[in-house]
Design a protein around this ligand. Structure first.
Ligand SMILES: [Zn+2]
Length: 384
């Protein structure tokens, strides 16, 4: 069965693998790495005072694989100073709740589930600084993988996605209640009780490779209805979870048929582009308006003209099984291949062809490592 890992496998090649993962994620650990201990500042390495645009160094192509080199990734965003929000008021470091004092849902906005995805953190920092408070219910702002974020280095921006393992693959009771430990598992356990109190969760992400923004609804009807109601961005991708571990949006309270809570994940654009911040603001604004928690706010853009979102359902997750996996052209996420059976990639001797007409390419990873998802293929449902 194909793995449905959404990880961008070019990431994690840097610090995480070189220094952090060698022993940590391989087996049970009795103690978490001292490297996971909270740092003293929310401004990693004083970056806010340093350059605004940094070009990552070349990463040569793996020898003999035929894959393209990892390109330069320019970092146009400055990591926010989240120092004022580290203590929080919830008992969970990095999590702050603002309550209206009126009836209404408890909504969680989570940033930094991946430590190098800056746009969501910038948005939450802005909204907190602007004093945003909901008109009804409660709103919790959470910065998730603080330990990875503290390691963010614009010269190696792909290296701080996580410290020891992906925080977005741990959200099932058997894992959370199990004996294994890691930096990220410890953090997930800290966050768990608060996460379970959310009626609605929006997890703020971004992407390494150039791609149209999209909302991932997960497989539940509630998730799909929430994504359609948010409508920003206007592409909703319905998927059905991961063999490699459950994402936060796949955690039982959000997907159990008997439950009522709902969660979405927004992939708002490229990790380090200013437009990704704007899209994230639009998505958050649309969610909060939908729930009657704001009318307008100076930090949030006005409502977009209503347009029905395009809905697509994942039909196949393609996993690279050889180190030589390569697309026949540098596809952009959001591209639609018109004809069934079109060759899109080669994985060693295996040809990868589209399984149906009008095949949407979801987040192609142009340099996938073996065992990682190279692309997800999706079919549009209804008009687009
Ligand atoms: Zn992410």
């Amino acid at each position: 069965m194909a793995r449905t890992d959404m990880s961008e496998s070019a990431e994690g090649r840097g610090w995480s693998e070189a220094a952090g993962r060698s022993s940590a994620s391989a087996g049970n650990r009795q103690t978490a790495s001292p490297a996971c201990a909270p740092g003293s500042a929310g401004d990693p390495a004083g970056l806010a005072r340093r350059v605004e645009t940094v070009t990552s160094p070349d990463d040569p192509s793996p020898p003999g694989t035929g894959q393209p080199s990892l390109p330069h990734f320019d970092v146009h965003l400055v990591p926010p100073d989240i120092g004022p929000w580290l203590a929080g008021n919830t008992g969970v470091r990095g999590f702050t709740t603002r309550a209206s004092g009126r009836e209404g849902p408890h909504v969680g906005l989570i940033a930094l589930t991946h430590g190098n995805e800056l746009a969501g953190a910038i948005v939450l920092d802005r909204l907190l600084r602007a004093g945003l408070r909901p008109l009804r219910g409660r709103l919790t702002f959470g910065f998730a993988n603080l330990a990875a974020f503290e390691r963010f280095d614009p010269r190696q921006p792909t290296a701080s996605r996580f410290v020891e393992e992906d925080l977005n693959r741990l959200w099932e009771a058997a894992v959370l209640d199990g004996p294994r430990r890691s930096c990220e598992l410890d953090r997930a356990r800290e966050m768990r009780g608060l996460v379970e109190s959310f009626d609605v969760l929006l997890d703020l992400h971004s992407m390494l490779w150039s791609s149209d923004p999209l909302l991932l609804s997960g497989g539940s009807v509630r998730g799909r209805e929430l994504a359609i109601a948010i409508g920003v961005p206007d592409l909703v991708v319905v998927d059905h979870g991961h063999v490699s571990g459950r994402r936060l949006i796949d955690y039982a309270p959000f997907v159990d048929p008997a439950g009522t809570a709902a969660a979405n994940l927004v992939e708002a654009g490229q990790h380090w582009e200013a437009a990704t911040v704007d899209l994230t603001l639009g998505c958050v604004g649309s969610l909060l308006r939908h729930l009657g928690m704001i009318e307008s706010h100076p930090e949030l853009p006005p409502p977009a003209p209503p347009a029905p979102p395009r809905l697509a359902e994942v039909t196949l997750a393609v996993t690279a099984t050889t180190p030589g996996f390569a697309f026949v052209e540098p596809f952009r996420g959001g591209a639609v291949v018109a004809q069934q059976n079109t060759l899109i990639a080669r994985d060693g001797a295996t040809e990868i062809r589209t399984p149906h007409d009008d095949c949407l390419l979801v987040m192609p990873s142009l340099r996938p490592s073996r065992g990682h998802t190279a692309v997800r293929l999706a079919r549009f449902v209804g008009p687009r």
